[in-house]
Design a protein. Sequence first.
Length: 108
Amino acid sequence: MAERVCAFDDVPVNQALRVVVGGVPIALVKDSAGECHAIGDTCTHGDISLAEGFVEDDALECWAHGSKFSLETGKPMTLPAYEPVPVFAIEVIDGDIYIDPTVTKVID
């Protein structure tokens, strides 16, 4: 079941916000186009919070080792990470963001 995470306007543009939903750490990102994305918050190269990283175009970069993860697919775009992070669907209802941490987007 989807849980309310925060207001849409609480997520700053080109930054990541760490949220925990149902015990699952998630990096909530609003890109420069104003679209929100939710990806797993833990870098697959090391136990590092991605929300502490840098948003650049359609990617979130891990501050520790520089791996960039696609906000759309969760796939790493640069090494050293080679495993993807999960991507979660977001619902915006009445200006609030809802995420169900048990449902990930199917990415081809």
